[in-house]
Design a protein around this ligand. Structure first.
Ligand SMILES: N[C@@H](CCC(=O)N[C@@H](CS)C(=O)NCC(=O)O)C(=O)O
Length: 328
């Protein structure tokens, strides 16, 4: 684990000492948009035109933020238009690498050994964290975006005119509600599990774990009333929640000590997670081996011996127990 400072790699773990034992996430720095006609996107920065075969993704199969991007790519049938490289699940002193291992897909552009080389190709003096996902433009040889929340918005609509398939997961009329619930879920759940797991102070840990489970309890009630977060239509908000829920019992419960309850103990949340997992194309974006290898082996301070547990045994293929026709 480390970061780039003025184009040079430095080994460094997250600094929680300056924030009272609290984990604080930095903002992503590449914030451009792919648009149908190449005009500037929501950030107002340079626009990149939607074209088949022009873009490449660098992802980790362990990472929940990269997982959302793979999910939108699958839902929109963009697998043949946007290629993918997969990093090694172990993130050590050089950060993410392309060290060969089952499931790793090498960098086709510059045969990088380390992901930070990809950042340096785009910006030789880059300073900041080297995170996945990264959306790369093969034509201009640069990074379009390294912010997953914006990449999924682009994939939802930018390629619609050039053979993306089905579904609008962020319909204009629902955007205010989607954005509002995304913000809550990001803070309480997606980033919430990291605030619990990376806390280095007992009181901070206890506060964060309490907030996380209080919010999961609220979601459990909500999903007892309706099929999806915003009613009977699946939206981006559901997929953003899903990537944390699918990792919950495998890594957040044990490794991050989010263990007041298992996700499988929540009837509605568990059934909802299973249902989304069983959507066409989704299970292929989830790799429990990479997920467990990454978390249990990469965070030395949390799990110094790097032992990866064999369990839990998860039954994700079973029939969801909620009866959608009764609750929509
Ligand atoms: N804001 C980014 C966050 C991505 C992120 O934090 N990815 C993690 C993997 S789960 C990462 O690459 N961390 C490396 C680091 O922080 O050095 C996004 O959502 O795209």
């Amino acid at each position: 684990m480390g970061l780039l400072i003025d184009g040079k790699w430095h080994e460094q773990w997250y600094d929680t000492a300056s924030t009272g034992g609290r984990f604080v996430r930095n903002d992503a720095q590449f914030r451009n948009w792919i648009t149908p006609d190449g005009s500037a996107g929501a950030s107002g920065g340079e626009g990149f035109r939607a074209e088949p075969g022009r873009y490449h993704l660098y992802v980790s199969l362990a990472c929940p933020w990269a997982n959302r991007v793979l999910i939108l790519r699958a839902l929109k049938g963009l697998e043949h238009m946007i290629s993918v490289s997969v990093v090694n699940p172990y993130m050590g002193k050089h950060g993410w690498t392309f060290e060969p291992a089952p499931g790793v897909v090498a960098d086709p552009v510059g045969q990088a050994r380390y992901l930070y080389e990809v950042y340096l190709r785009a910006q030789p003096q880059y300073s900041g964290r080297v995170t996945v996902p990264v959306l790369w433009d093969l034509e201009r040889n640069t990074i379009v975006s390294n912010e997953s929340s914006e990449i999924i918005r682009m994939l939802n609509s930018a390629f619609d005119g050039i053979c993306a398939s089905g579904g609008d997961y962020a319909p204009v009329e629902l955007l205010p509600q989607i954005d509002a619930i995304n913000a809550e879920i990001y803070d309480a759940v997606n980033n919430g599990v990291y605030k619990v797991g990376f806390a280095t102070d007992q009181d901070v840990y206890e506060q964060e774990v309490g907030k996380l489970f209080a919010y999961l309890d609220k979601l459990e009630t909500r999903l007892g009333r309706q099929r999806y977060l915003l009613g009977d239509q699946v939206t981006e908000a559901d997929w953003r929640l899903f990537t944390t829920l699918i990792r919950f019992d495998a890594v957040y419960h044990g490794h991050f000590k989010c263990n007041l309850r298992r996700l499988a103990d929540y009837e509605n949340l568990w059934s909802y997670t299973r249902e989304l997992y069983q959507w066409r194309g989704i299970a292929a974006t989830v790799n429990f081996d990479h997920i467990k290898q990454h978390y249990y082996r990469s965070h030395d301070s949390i799990n110094p011996n790097g032992i990866v547990p064999l369990g839990p045994i998860l039954d994700l293929e079973g029939t969801p127990t909620r009866k959608p026709h009764e609750i929509t």
